[in-house]
Ligand binder design. Structure first.
Ligand SMILES: *Cc1c(COP(=O)(O)O)cnc(C)c1O
Length: 367
């Protein structure tokens, strides 16, 4: 079904087409000059020492888990309210995700409940900055330091967010960003690992490229690696998107403010919480519907008006595959409650004021 006002739309155009043409004409479609250039520019933008481009955010998270050496039987503390990739990257290595319930305002991991989950098997904390809302990284880093744990930031939804004046992605041992077309910037598929740690950087580069060390002879592999490379076309698009990033983030901010203003007088809809002192980069615009509102009915009625909306996220511990792997998971009541009430609204730069008003008034009429 095609919607008049879809959930997301990438902001791409002539600049990306021109960059793609240049790459195609150059004949270097992988491992050309665009890859190191994209990595360099991204690291500069963020203020990180190293950046490693990969084929997806999921691939990036997987490489961080490998590079930090977590193994079967280890535990990593993370959030159940996220896209499945933040837990799957652990499951690929037999590492057990240990879920902490979430904060009902920020939808992020409730940091006051982290320490009670720490056991002798705990190796790391993996916070996710959900919908671009930065986690309380001062607190998380303090807990990690006290218990000698690593931190991997899943910053896939938070490019441009910052906490205490420091950008999301610069707090942990490593962090990952993602460039799927609904994210703040896109390369089609793609992701980026950032780190200030020489060892993590080196290992991620090796594992991304089939386990080859730079000094290895052709077709000699010292490690069991993967093909998680990002091709030149994607890197070229990424370079153009980076140039527009500040503009795109500002536009997203403006649209979020317009929505929130439209909902400020509506009892049945709660606009996203914006924390003082934190800079929020908007990935999705997700409202909370009042308890008792029939969300499926709202989605269906809006769809008939050409407006696409979606419930984000079902809890990871309630996913069918997860329940099969870990029967008898304890209930996480805040996450489960929030999951029943969230609704992501159309959110992209090309939305007009008219679109925003139409979406807002249509939803208001239904709750
Ligand atoms: C988008 C996203 C990822 C990575 O997704 P890919 O599709 O693999 O790029 C990981 N974690 C979260 C929370 C995400 O939103």
């Amino acid at each position: 079904m095609s919607y008049k006002i879809p959930l997301a739309k990438p902001y791409v155009g002539e600049e990306e087409i021109k960059a793609l043409k240049e790459v195609v004409n150059s004949g270097f479609l992988s491992f050309g000059s665009k890859l190191p250039e994209f990595e360099k520019r991204f690291a500069e933008y963020l203020g990180a020492k190293y950046a490693v481009a990969v084929s997806s955010g999921t691939a990036g998270l997987h490489l961080c888990v490998k590079a930090l050496g977590f193994k079967k039987g280890d535990e990593v503390i993370t959030t159940p309210f996220s896209f499945v990739a933040s837990a799957n990257c652990l499951l690929y290595e037999g590492v057990t995700p240990v879920f902490v319930d979430i904060d009902e305002k920020t939808f992020n991991m409730d940091d006051s409940k982290i320490e009670e989950k720490i056991t002798p098997k705990t190796k790391a904390i993996l916070p996710v900055h959900v919908f671009g809302q930065p986690c309380n990284m001062d607190k998380i880093m303090e807990i990690a330091a006290r218990h000698n744990l690593a931190v991997i930031e899943d910053a896939c939804e938070a490019l441009g967010s910052s906490y205490s004046g420091k950008k999301a992605g610069l707090f942990g041992n490593a962090a990952v960003f993602a460039f799927y077309p609904n994210k703040q910037m896109t390369t089609g598929e793609g992701g980026m690992i950032v780190t200030n740690d020489d060892k993590i950087y080196k290992m991620c580069k090796i594992l991304r490229n089939q386990g080859r060390q730079e000094e290895d002879k052709w077709l000699i592999h010292h490690h069991l690696g993967y093909n998680y490379r990002l091709d030149e076309m994607s890197c070229a698009v990424g370079l153009e998107q980076l140039k527009k990033l500040d503009f795109m983030l500002k536009k997203r901010q403006e649209i979020a403010e317009k929505y929130s203003k439209a909902f400020s007088d509506t009892e049945g809809i709660k606009a996203p919480f914006v924390k003082a002192g934190a800079e929020h980069s908007w990935f999705l615009y997700v409202v909370l519907l009042k308890e008792g509102v029939d969300r499926e009915k709202v989605i269906e009625t809006l769809a008939k008006q050409g407006i696409q909306t979606r419930p984000y996220f079902p809890p990871i511990h309630s996913q069918p595959y997860f329940k099969k792997m870990f029967p008898g998971q304890e209930s996480l009541p805040v996450c489960e409650k929030i999951s029943r009430q969230t609704l992501a609204l159309p959110f992209y730069i090309q939305l007009t004021d008219e679109d925003i008003n139409k979406v807002a008034s249509s939803i208001k009429a239904l709750v």
